[in-house]
Design a protein around this ligand. Structure first.
Ligand SMILES: [Zn+2]
Length: 369
């Protein structure tokens, strides 16, 4: 069975209208996947998640931060200028993290969705579980909101799995580095995080994190992997870097569970970043992840600010993960993928080669590769 975990309480409908994160994305992905015309009625089950408890959230977040999120989540919060104390927890009226009504409840529901997804896949009740509204919180830190992230749902889910003894591989395809998830497990050798992203020299959250030599700390050294790519890297370079890193590390680490963050903002028309991926690159990566995991995986959404392309990419990835027939209409947006001239193409590839060489020197020996 393939689960789509989605419901009305998982959407930040009270975000200010000017915010780049559009709550329609996960609804639109749901509508594409659950459309009866796909013929998947027997193969896809849509479920609403349980709400994460405070104990679940507190596995990765500070109690003082959780309390602040709840204080800011009151009716009428949208548009209100937060206090100086709230600003120390990462909130501001005009920045990435404006407070909004029901913020804490929605963040708990989304985190509960990831826990439910992991529980269902780990128990064998589901092969695939996808939570489209999750993943965009991957920048949230233990004690602060960051980069649109409130409670770090991926980390809440992984921490739940860790408490049950599972080894977890987290693959973050978002164009931005998955810094929050990495930070929460940087010293844990039972959690292997891999983030493939536009270099933090050019994009949020900024260096020194996210560069190829940032590989975890203490006993977790070698278990945080960053693949920074130059701006304008295209399908060719991105898929090559993915293939050089993800399959060998998956084979060596042999996780009990794989969580894939499907951030669609590496897409060429995304307004917040500068990579040049087509829909096809995401489908190819999903095919590879299906072959590595046997289709037994947890997928979560992520960034994606082209509101038309993001749901199509997620629906295509869901179908590919599940071994279902991808609807061809989802693979071709209105704008053609720009192509690089030969010089630019070889420059971004050379840059990627440098990062992969560094990872093969620093990380692969730790995994016996
Ligand atoms: Zn992103």
């Amino acid at each position: 069975m393939n689960l789509l975990i989605h419901g009305p309480g998982m959407i930040a409908t009270h975000l200010p209208a000017s915010h780049p994160l559009k709550p329609t994305r996960a609804n639109d992905a749901h509508d594409l996947i659950a459309n009866p015309r796909n013929g998947w009625v027997e193969l896809v089950q849509v479920v609403a998640p349980p709400t994460a408890t405070d104990r679940d959230v507190a596995r990765v977040h500070d109690l003082s931060y959780i309390a602040m999120v709840d204080r800011l989540s009151v009716p009428g919060a949208t548009g209100r200028v937060p206090s100086g104390e709230a600003r120390r927890f990462g909130f501001s009226a005009q920045g990435d993290n404006p407070p909004y009504a029901e913020m804490g409840l929605i963040a708990r529901n989304v985190s509960g969705g990831v826990i439910h997804a992991i529980e269902q896949v780990a128990s064998g009740n589901a092969d695939l579980a996808f939570v489209p509204s999750a993943g965009v919180n991957h920048h949230a830190m233990p004690g602060s909101a960051s980069g649109f992230g409130i409670f770090n749902d991926a980390a809440v889910g992984i921490a739940w799995a860790r408490e049950r003894g599972m080894r977890v591989m987290y693959v973050d395809l978002d164009v931005h580095q998955g810094d929050g998830v990495e930070a929460m497990f940087a010293s844990d050798p039972q959690v292997l995080t891999i983030s493939i992203h536009e270099s933090t020299r050019f994009l949020f959250p900024g260096p020194p994190g996210g560069l190829a030599n940032a590989i975890g700390t203490g006993p977790g050294t070698g278990f945080a992997v960053n693949v920074p790519l130059a701006p304008y890297s295209d399908d060719n370079t991105w898929l090559w870097a993915f293939e050089e890193i993800v399959p060998p590390l998956h084979g060596a680490f042999r996780p009990d569970l794989t969580v894939v963050q499907c951030g669609a903002d590496a897409y060429h028309a995304d307004p917040l970043a500068h990579l040049l991926l087509s829909e096809n690159a995401y489908v190819r990566a999903a095919e590879r992840l299906r072959s590595l995991t046997g289709g037994r995986l947890v997928a979560i959404g992520g960034g994606g600010y082209d509101v038309e392309a993001t749901p199509r990419i997620w629906a295509s990835m869901f179908a590919t993960f599940a071994g279902l027939q991808v609807n061809d209409n989802w693979l071709h947006g209105p704008n053609p993928t720009p192509s690089l001239d030969a010089g630019a193409s070889s420059r971004v590839m050379d840059d990627a080669r440098g990062a992969i060489d560094t990872l093969k020197q620093l990380v692969f020996p730790i995994h016996g590769l």
